[in-house]
Design a protein around this ligand. Structure first.
Ligand SMILES: *Cc1c(COP(=O)(O)O)cnc(C)c1O
Length: 402
């Protein structure tokens, strides 16, 4: 039975890795764009040219965040779509030159299920193991490379446990391999949907050929995304139609969405100087409180102080507690969090990320992901800590009676 709700309408939102609130100033400007610029950007009249200019300006804006050229940016309809285009579009286009692809076991389903599709189409996929921190081994990666490898896809930062992967190191290994083998392959794609606002998106420094981003994790609009495609990379579309987005992503452009996404990415990049330290400060405060007030917990992923952990991520096993029950109890108090991946709540599967990190099956059902955002305050954490220890104890008591 649920205890009585104490404060009505209080919400502490700690699921920012699943979705962020749309920035209010961006929402307002997007509305104006949507109302005024409904014209088809491909038309010839002056109003359409204005709509086209909004897209061009957005493209230039995001290109500068990535340190690349505007013609290397393809706007898409989501992070998932960008990832699908990168993986399926590159593999299909280059299959005469090899049928092998490398990825990791802790990728988002957008990547893993695209890889499954490639296997259906006759490709061979190597899934790299990770250690208990969620890190790949560069030696293992080098061993996995072969003449047939046309694509490597490794995420920049993990959405469940916040582990930051060494993509610049992978990029350098790939450059060396290409040089030694006198080849343009493999191409290197990174799913950076959790990275924006926290990590450097300079594509020259990371040596990526393709990079996926989306708007919904960075206080921008949902259903927006981009794929960076380095000049010269051979790729084909995954959907067919008109000539929009350099004929790689047909369909009338989402002008207001593209505008809002570019504003959000620009804002995230500007905030990157101060926000990570601010958020990790509150996150560390939260973790210390949990450690002192709740028994039998274990942090999943990198050490809390590690530079290789996203500053907003806490993934904690509350031993002996059913994570879904805990989420529902906390929801009752207006505390919003998730278990592992938001995308797996309707499947009975345990988190592939936690299992890959060596978390046992029992503990995998007891893991909660708290992801902080730019609006999270220490007062929010104090509010959570008024309830969390008691709820955990209560659920453990119920569990022990069962
Ligand atoms: C959210 C997310 C995606 C999918 O993005 P959508 O815009 O929801 O399609 C892909 N990869 C990672 C790492 C994510 O966090």
């Amino acid at each position: 039975m649920f205890p009585k709700k104490l404060k009505k309408n209080k919400v502490v939102y700690l699921d920012n890795a699943a979705a962020t609130p749309l920035d209010i100033s961006i929402a307002k400007k997007m509305n104006k764009v949507a109302e005024a610029n409904y014209y088809n950007p491909s038309a010839l009249y002056s109003q359409a040219v204005q709509a086209r200019k909004i897209i061009d300006d957005a493209r230039a804006k995001v290109a500068s965040v990535l340190f690349t050229q505007p013609y290397s940016i393809i706007f898409t309809g989501s992070g998932t779509e960008s990832v699908n285009m990168a993986i399926l579009g590159v593999a299909r286009k280059n299959k005469q030159n090899g049928n092998h692809v490398i990825t990791t076991k802790i990728e988002h389903h957008a990547v893993l299920h695209s890889m499954k599709q490639l296997e259906n189409e006759g490709f061979e996929v190597t899934y790299l193991d990770v250690n208990k921190f969620g890190q790949i081994d560069l030696g293992e990666f080098k061993k996995a490379l072969k003449k047939e490898t046309i694509l490597v896809s490794i995420m920049y930062a993990n959405n469940e446990i916040g582990t930051i992967l060494p993509i610049a190191d992978v990029g350098r290994e790939i450059l060396k391999w290409r040089k030694t083998n006198n080849s343009v392959y493999p191409y290197f794609h990174s799913d950076a949907c959790q990275a924006a606002g926290y990590l450097d998106l300079n594509v020259e420094k990371s040596h990526v050929d393709l990079l996926s981003l989306n708007g919904s994790k960075i206080y921008g609009p949902k259903g927006t995304g981009l794929l960076f495609v380095k000049k010269g990379v051979k790729i084909e579309p995954i959907i067919y139609g008109g000539g929009q987005e350099f004929a790689l992503r047909p369909g009338t452009e989402n002008v207001a969405g593209i505008y809002g996404f570019a504003e959000a990415l620009d804002m995230a990049e500007k905030n990157r100087k101060t926000l990570p330290a601010h958020i990790s400060d509150i996150r560390d405060y939260f973790y210390e409180k949990i450690k002192s007030d709740v028994k039998n917990i274990a942090l999943v992923g990198e050490d809390i102080k590690s530079p290789n952990r996203l500053p907003n991520n806490l993934n904690i096993v509350f031993k002996g507690v059913d994570a879904e029950s805990l989420i529902l109890y906390l929801d009752h108090y207006g505390i919003v969090c998730s278990s592992g991946s938001a995308c797996s709540t309707d499947s009975d599967e345990l988190s592939h990320v936690l299992l890959s990190c060596g978390v046992n099956n029992t503990d995998a059902t007891s893991a909660i992901r708290f992801t902080l955002g730019k609006h999270t305050t220490k007062q929010d954490i104090d509010y959570v800590m008024k309830f969390l220890p008691n709820v955990v104890e209560e659920l453990r008591r119920i569990n022990s009676i069962k």
